[in-house]
Design a protein around this ligand. Structure first.
Ligand code: CO8
Length: 259
């Protein structure tokens, strides 16, 4: 495919819209993650007050990590892949600017992680689902995926969701607090994200940022202190024959479903 994998526009109020456009499903491969890393730097450098993260697909926010990056991987590339994911998460979860996700479709696994890393979530109504479904794939969500979920929903709900690979419907997600609002379509979702960002016009920006930083300090510190070990664990995991077998079966199931 061709063209940029991420589109960034900034409106006249300094709100950036970052649109993932690796169609069909915005599965996060190395290239998309690198494009997102760059987009997050741009938003910072342009001193935008806020950022809305959304997708160019009509039905999928992001299908999560590109399973093909983890299946029979080149060990050097897959290490860079993981480091880039850590970097994108650190920049998004710890951003000084305000973040909101306009979730215009499915958001499994890494897609859910991106949405949860933002400060506010608006999801389009419909037969879409969101959640961390790693255990169903025979893989274990890293600690920082879990920290990000616990920053969003109560620990008890997070434990149940993580162990059972729970994919929440839009209504269920709203009820548990995994999303903050629903929207009738993408435009409505983006508009509601803008409304959220504009609430902060009345709040001094430095006080807002320092407060966000303090409340998010523990997961960010965990990443800083454990980054190398986290990468080693991931590499051991993807190098494991049982994990490769699980991924292979999952890919087959996905392909069969697509027909
Ligand atoms: N990676 C690679 N390819 C994918 C992925 C993916 N995550 N998701 C979908 N695709 C492919 C499909 O195989 C299909 O390919 P093809 O056209 O060649 O058959 C194409 O994209 C379109 O997919 P669908 O036909 O399924 O599209 P739908 O619109 O019907 O459904 C969904 C969209 C709901 C997103 C569906 O594709 C889906 O459920 N995908 C899988 C999502 C998923 O389970 N992702 C988990 C990824 S793992 C992760 O993110 C965290 C890992 C943590 C690391 C753990 C340490 C080891």
């Amino acid at each position: 495919s061709s063209g940029p994998l991420v589109d960034t526009t900034v409106d006249n109020e300094g709100i950036a819209t970052v649109t993932m456009q690796r169609l069909p499903v915005n599965s996060l491969n190395l290239d998309l993650l690198q494009a997102m890393d760059k987009a997050l730097d741009e938003v910072t450098n342009n001193k935008c007050k806020g950022m809305i993260l959304t997708s160019a697909s009509p039905t999928v926010f992001s299908a999560g990590l590109d399973i093909m990056e983890m299946y029979k991987p080149d060990m050097k590339r897959v290490e860079t892949f993981w480091n880039t994911l850590q970097e994108v998460w650190t920049k998004l979860f710890g951003s000084s600017f305000i973040t909101a996700a306009a979730i215009n479709g499915h958001a499994p696994a890494g897609g859910c992680l991106l949405a949860m890393s933002c400060e506010y979530r608006v999801m389009m109504s419909g037969k879409y689902s969101i959640g961390l479904n790693e255990t169903a794939l025979g893989i274990v969500a890293p600690n920082w995926f879990m920290h990000t979920m616990v920053n969003t929903i109560p620990q008890r709900q997070a434990e149940l969701a993580l162990t059972t690979a729970k994919m929440f419907s839009v209504d269920e997600a709203l009820k548990v607090g995994l999303i903050d609002e629903t929207a009738s379509d993408k435009a409505d979702a983006v508009a509601k994200c803008k409304q959220f960002i504009k609430k902060f016009d009345k709040i001094p920006p430095l006080a807002r940022f320092l407060t966000k930083q303090k409340i998010r300090e523990a997961p960010l510190k965990w990443m800083m202190d454990n980054r190398t070990q986290d990468t080693q664990e991931f590499l051991m995991f993807v190098g494991h024959p049982k994990v490769q077998k699980s991924l292979e079966m999952y890919i087959q199931a996905l392909k069969q479903k697509g027909g």
